[in-house]
Design a protein around this ligand. Structure first.
Ligand code: AMP
Length: 626
């Protein structure tokens, strides 16, 4: 049996492209993608370890997040597109991540930042980018970057991939997250999960596996700075606070060096400062100087026959104010998280600019703790995404609890009520069960309808699926014992099992519950549940009263039928009147009237039930000796 199973799993899937006449293997690997503002990269688990994938030339794991539209709108992504940035800025798109899920108004103040045309179309709420008379959404452009990454890993694996985990900044809102998901879809990827970048970075360092801790993720890239404070408890990552500056990063270090050189050199003539070529050269040399000074004491170069130099000490002095502004932002993030800096257990360095030794020094000084910087700060997020992907694939059994259920999961009970089995915000994986029974005598089938949502009535929630538990042996209502179990595994897949325990009849269904809803839809559903909480509660109470009343009416009729010989005429008549009264109010909408009618009927029939019971016992005892 096991042998057979193994063989079945090993068999590779094959896809045939009829148009191209090619045959390709398909891989079940879930890839991890860091879709960055400046650079993007893809990683996967190779022989148990996360690795970032290098391109064909085997040089660099980073793919510049730059898209160039060449002749006949041929699309080029990455390093070759970057080279076109100076030559054809209007046809070369960079920083598209800054546009994800944004409206034109959101960007009004940054218009000058983009070298290409960002436009607003009346009928569209979100921005578009105009390139060579065509309009593109940021989603379409991001999809081009993702396609390039997909291609890169497919070349490495020699197989097609379809499943991915993509990271986003912790502060991304639902629209931005949905836009990222859609970009993945457009690139032919099933995005199994959107993961916060700081969470991925922590995972890459194996944080949160063994103990609960509070982590600060300091992410200084080329053009952006983010600080996130995370609390990891029982394997669940919760973002306590985030802060940052979307226009602060390593580029500011380069600019500081250029300013320093221009101020210091008397040889730069006025006309040179406006020279495009000189500007480009000095910018590249400044960046080279910055990188060199991360582990050397002095840097010298010559540009247009002019000598420039800078020492590490001078560099540190000019970038200190920039680093200080990141520290001020860290202080704010700590305050928002209600934490003192001594309560931070670990500090993780992310982003290329954290390679500057001064940055590490200042951050260590501020938090009074050594920082985590052993992993490549450019790759750490993608490596974490690959680990998350591997967890989703079920390959890492030691890390399990990584997510929570965003909405409650439950089943429909009589009256269209939602009976929650796994409440919202439960840890994944999760397992819960409850017992039910039938409501009609001799009932042999039971419909199990599964819903997701916070509202009391299932009609306001989202239906995930249903099945029928068939073959329950006929028994009086209330006798069958039906256990319904909800099991969510680490992949976020929900399995619902129903079993009638007396007869052993069983049935189950599998639902991919987590991925069916966009985060935006989830947020809307939550909002609706809060808005309607009071009216939902009243409706639920009314429905519950109606269900109970109907059961009492059935029971009263049964009681009258079975005990005609025991009850006197008046007792029968009065029971019938009270039952009819209850029947009448059940059709109405007053929960109080129903409850009152139920109370009267119960009160009246209670002593009659005793009388009937005594008579039955007396009958049974007749002729028997004790
Ligand atoms: P990222 O946006 O995370 O890809 O970071 C890119 C930034 O990191 C750019 O400003 C680079 O100049 C900077 N960077 C890359 N390598 C180094 C280095 N060795 N020292 C300092 N900064 C670096």
């Amino acid at each position: 049996m096991n042998d057979y199973l193994c063989k079945k799993i090993e068999m590779a899937k094959i896809s045939i492209n009829l148009k191209e006449g090619t045959v390709k293997k398909q891989s079940d690997i879930i890839i991890g993608i860091d879709l960055g503002t400046t650079n993007s990269l893809v990683a996967y688990i190779k022989e148990g370890n996360p690795v970032a994938v290098k391109g064909k030339n085997n040089k660099n794991t980073l793919v510049p997040s730059i898209i160039h539209f060449g002749k006949e709108n041929q699309i080029i992504v990455g390093e070759s597109a970057k080279e076109m940035l100076v030559q054809e800025p209007e046809k070369t798109i960079y920083s598209v991540k800054r546009l994800m899920g944004k409206s034109f108004n959101d960007l009004a103040q940054f218009q000058n930042y983009f070298g290409y045309q960002v436009i607003d179309e009346d009928e569209e709420k979100l921005v578009k980018i105009k390139v060579a008379h065509k309009y593109f959404t940021p989603i379409e452009l991001s999809a081009e970057i993702l396609k390039e990454l997909k291609l890169r890993i497919e070349e490495e694996l020699n197989a097609e991939v379809f499943k991915a985990v993509i990271t986003v900044p912790a502060y991304f809102n639902d629209t931005q997250r949905q836009a990222t998901r859609d970009a993945g879809k457009l690139a032919g990827l099933n995005v199994l999960r959107i993961v916060n970048e700081p969470t991925a970075a922590s995972l890459a360092y194996g944080i949160g596996k063994e103990m609960d801790e509070v982590v600060a993720v300091y992410d200084l890239g080329g053009g952006t700075f983010d600080i996130s404070i995370l609390e990891i408890k029982d394997g669940i990552f919760e973002v306590l606070s985030t802060n940052g500056d979307t226009f602060l990063g390593g580029d500011d270090f380069d600019r500081a060096i250029i300013d320093f050189w221009i101020k210091k050199s008397s040889l730069i003539e006025e006309n040179l400062i406006d020279n495009k070529e000189f500007n480009q050269k000095i910018r590249l040399e400044a960046e080279r100087a910055k990188k060199y000074l991360s582990n050397h004491k002095q840097f010298s170069t010559t540009i247009n026959n002019i000598d420039f130099s800078i020492t590490q000490e001078e560099f540190n002095t000019i970038i200190d104010p920039i680093i200080q502004s990141t520290i001020t932002i860290c202080e704010k993030a700590l305050k928002d998280a209600n934490l003192e800096k001594k309560q931070i257990d670990k500090i993780i360095m992310v982003g290329g600019s954290t390679r500057s030794s001064r940055v590490k020094e200042k951050v260590t000084q501020f938090f009074e703790k050594e920082v985590y910087d052993k992993l490549n700060p450019d790759e750490v997020v993608a490596l974490g995404a690959a680990i998350q992907a591997d967890i989703l694939a079920g390959n890492q059994k030691d890390i399990l609890l990584l997510d929570i259920t965003p909405l409650s999961l439950g089943i429909e009970t009589i009256g269209g009520l939602m009976d929650v089995i796994i409440p919202r915000n439960s840890k994944v994986p999760s397992r819960a069960g409850r017992n039910y029974t039938t409501s009609i005598d001799g009932q042999t089938n039971l419909k199990v309808s599964i819903f997701q949502g916070e509202r009391d009535l299932v009609e306001n929630n989202r239906k995930l699926g249903e099945f029928i538990l068939k073959g329950i042996p006929p028994m009086p209502a209330g006798i069958p014992k039906i256990e319904i179990h909800f099991i969510i595994d680490a992949d976020g897949i929900l399995k619902v099992k129903a079993a009638e325990t007396r007869s052993g009849v069983e049935q189950e269904i599998e639902i991919r519950s987590q991925y069916g809803l966009s985060e935006e839809e989830m947020a809307l559903m939550l909002l609706e549940s809060i808005k309607n909480a009071e009216s939902d509660m009243n409706k639920r109470a009314l429905l519950e009263a109606k269900v109970e009343a109907k059961n009492i009416i059935l029971a009263a009729n049964k009681f009258l039928k079975q005990n005609q010989s025991i009850l006197n005429k008046e007792e029968i008549q009065q029971t019938q009147i009270l039952t009819l009264q209850l029947k009448a109010v059940v059709e109405g909408n007053s929960k109080d009237d129903i409850n009152e009618a139920m109370r009267q009927l119960n009160e009246y029939t209670h002593p009659l039930a005793h009388k009937a019971m005594d008579a039955t016992i007396a009958q049974a005892m007749k002729g028997k000796k004790i």
